[in-house]
Design a protein around this ligand. Structure first.
Ligand code: ZN
Ligand code: ZN
Length: 344
């Protein structure tokens, strides 16, 4: 089968012809219909995120049709539409049993620790394949399993409830999903903090209050807009100590700041006035859980989570096209997502 693989860190991905994977009794073989190209794939290629064993087929945002199932697989059959939960875990350890499988010590990420979706076929354990409703296009089914799933996990970790107000720092792929999901939760006012004018306009057109962080201190702007109270929940999706601190400062009493963006910087907080006094919480968010996937799919099936055609760009399963898309991703500022659709 055709595949596009990382053979050497810091080098372009390579076109390869490799054997179609052999499946085990509890695996499914999926014919890839769409594979999202993600920032973390760019990080794997440059070596910012370490990969132990090369070559590997990248791609952790995958949807397609079941080609073949293992002998013990009863809930899926050839021809079924599916999307893939990208963390393969043992299913037996304490964390797996509690449904917190992102902490499984044996966890392997698809497209990093094992071959991913930049290929004609992918093999995954049946536990990682979720039926994809007909209403959801393959392209959306692929990309929602990364940024949208993480946005949903962030809202869940922040215990976000109907009627609550929310501030979203950063309006890239995560923010685009977070805004739609917050509305699907029946939220109160939504504030989107950005510096990019196009993204601010896009957030406003989707019903959010656009907060231009270049115009004035975003915390002051949010406090003004909420009559001094602050918001119930803030999501930090950028990964900077400055915006993380702002996410905490814009909280009202009992507010929760969920930090999703990655940074190695340290952040300072005045515990009494900024946290203790208002019983605010700072919550770390990492990945997402298999148990959250059905709700996510239902939001997409019912049209509450959408990826309009103008937000998607399609390339072929071709190393040159994929490398170019990864190059563009490294300095992109729009939230158009590139999806690989292998030509048949
Ligand atoms: Zn991703
Ligand atoms: Zn486990």
């Amino acid at each position: 089968m055709r595949a596009v693989r990382l053979a050497q860190v810091g080098k372009p991905l390579e076109q390869a012809d490799i054997p179609t994977p052999e499946i085990g009794s509890s695996d499914v073989l999926i014919r890839v219909a769409a594979a999202g190209i993600c920032h973390s794939d760019a990080h794997s290629r440059t070596g910012i995120s370490k990969i132990d064993s090369l070559p590997v087929t990248l791609g952790h945002e995958v949807a397609g049709r079941v080609e073949k199932v293992g002998a013990q697989v009863a809930n899926l059959a050839a021809g079924d539409r599916v999307c893939v939960h990208y963390l393969v875990t043992c299913g037996r350890c304490d964390f797996c049993k509690r449904g917190k499988e992102q902490f499984c010590r044996q966890a392997q990420m698809i497209g990093k620790h094992r071959d991913g979706g930049y290929a004609e076929f992918i093999k995954v354990p049946v536990a990682n394949a979720f039926p994809l409703p007909d209403e959801i296009p393959f392209e959306a089914g692929a990309i929602m399993m990364c940024s949208s799933a993480t946005a949903l996990h962030a809202l869940n970790k922040a215990r976000f409830k109907a009627g609550e107000s929310i501030a979203i720092f950063g309006f890239g792929g995560l923010g685009f999903s977070a805004l739609q999901l917050a509305r699907a939760f029946d939220c109160g006012d939504v504030y989107v903090v950005e510096i990019n004018p196009a993204k601010l306009a896009s957030a406003a057109s989707m019903g959010a209050v656009a907060i231009n962080a270049r115009a004035a201190d975003p915390v002051e702007q949010i406090k003004d807009a909420t009559a001094g109270r602050g918001v119930d929940v803030a999501l930090e999706l950028i990964g900077s100590a400055k915006t993380m601190r702002q996410a905490v400062l814009c909280l009202g009493p009992l507010g929760r700041a969920a930090l999703v963006g990655l940074t190695a910087e340290s952040m300072s907080i005045f515990p009494y006035t900024e946290l203790i006094n208002k019983e605010a919480e700072i919550i770390g968010v990492s990945d997402h859980l298999a148990t959250e996937v059905p709700a996510l799919l239902e939001f997409a099936r019912s049209g509450k989570l959408r990826f309009p055609p103008e937000t998607l760009r399609v390339v072929d399963l071709d190393a040159a096209q994929i490398n170019a898309a990864l190059d563009a991703l490294q300095d992109s500022i729009d939230h158009v997502r590139t999806v690989i659709v292998p030509r048949v």
